[in-house]
Design a protein around this ligand. Structure first.
Ligand code: PLP
Ligand code: COI
Length: 355
């Protein structure tokens, strides 16, 4: 695939110490950009330009009416070269989110090919240390300028790259989460399952309050009864009850997590029973207390598998598995990262090679 490249004349060096990357703090020298104009035949070609300001006008529609969708995926440095994990699923989900927000869809195969060309150019930005990766953030915004409330006809899609380490400072160690029983993230019929900026904006108030109290993230409940578990701020959630992995079903209010789906498939491979069902917070708490719930973990691209050591609900902390990583979370984590870093054979066909 031929892509126009405007080289950065002032390139930076990638960070030297992979162990100090943190998450989302550094950006590579270039960005990939595509423009959409409904009246000019839709999407133009992808171009690669120096990373820099987008130059939006103050009347750009995304700034007022929130037509913004994005994705998160990773590129891994493996002994056989650079690898992507399920990139088509990310672009398919971008299209689902875009549809909910009245935004145009992209050609998934074209996007994956364009991304691969971009990654070849920025290959030195993929960190090598185990546990690190190049986090890829595609984002589509409405940039037509007007003030009446209607869907835009012009969009910008950009992809930026961020060499990153673990999302949580704890790494693969248990975190504390807090059940939110005042605010809600998403309502039935709303935009909860779309990966759109407004969902994250709606979650920040709770995240700030959770952080102040010493928790890593918020565990959201459903918006109607404040009773059923939905997902965590930046990841889906799973519980291990009587040796079965249970994750809330997809009901329109939570993200269709690609890691969540991978975990369900991995459970099948490892012979771990797994199911998707509604689960109430009362059941979770009761089962932690009677010890039939032995593990809880989050699942997400950035978070990978994040063991949860305690859940606080109505100011009471409920400790899970003595605040230790449980055996199922560990097996699933080892299998997932084994496949992602090329140490375990990818029998699922999830890995997409770059070169
Ligand atoms: N839920 C939310 C709100 C998220 O932001 C994420 C992260 O992408 C997830 C779940 C997990 O989704 P995935 O595994 O596709 O990254
Ligand atoms: C991801 O895992 O890609 C996410 O979207 C989480 C994000 C809030 C960093």
């Amino acid at each position: 695939m031929e892509i126009k490249i405007i080289e950065n004349q002032n390139p930076k060096q990638p960070p030297k110490d992979d162990s100090k990357l943190g998450f989302g703090n550094f950006f590579s020298n270039h960005m990939l950009i595509m423009q959409y104009d409904k009246n000019k035949g839709g999407w133009g070609p992808a171009e690669i330009k120096p990373y820099g300001v987008l130059g939006l006008e103050p009347a750009a529609a995304c700034l007022h009416y929130g037509q913004i969708v994005w994705e998160g995926m990773k590129c891994y440095h493996t002994r056989d070269g650079l690898r992507l994990f399920r990139p088509k699923d990310n672009f398919n989900r971008l299209n689902r989110s875009a549809d909910r927000m009245c935004m145009p869809s992209v050609d998934v195969d074209y996007m994956v090919d364009a991304l691969k060309e971009f990654l070849k150019l920025e290959k030195d930005w993929v960190p090598k240390l185990k546990g690190t990766s190049l986090y890829i953030r595609p984002c589509m915004i409405a940039h037509e300028t007007f003030l009446g409330l209607h869907k835009a006809d012009k969009y910008l899609l950009f992809i930026i790259l961020s060499p990153s380490g673990p999302y949580f400072k704890e790494g693969f160690n248990p975190i504390k989460i807090m059940v939110e029983d005042k605010y809600v993230r998403a309502a039935k019929g709303g935009t909860g399952e779309a990966k759109t900026a407004g969902n994250y904006a709606a979650s920040l108030k709770s995240a700030v309050e959770a952080k102040k109290k010493g928790f890593s993230q918020t565990l959201w409940l459903d918006s109607i009864e404040m009773k059923y578990v939905e997902e965590v701020g930046a990841m889906n959630i799973a519980f291990v009850i009587n040796d079965e992995v249970i994750t809330p079903e997809l009901d329109g209010t939570i993200l269709h997590g690609i890691t969540r789906n991978s975990v369900l498939e991995i459970c099948g491979k490892l012979g771990i029973k797994a199911s998707e069902r509604r689960i109430s917070i009362d059941e979770v708490i009761e089962r932690i207390e009677n010890k039939s719930l032995t593990e809880t973990f989050g699942m997400g691209t950035a978070a990978i598998i994040a063991p949860v050591g305690s859940i606080s609900y109505r100011d009471q902390e409920h400790i899970i598995n003595d605040f230790k990583v449980g055996p199922n979370a560990k097996r699933i984590y080892d299998e997932l990262i084994g496949i992602q870093y090329g140490d375990i054979e990818d029998t699922f066909n999830w890995i997409d090679k770059i070169e």
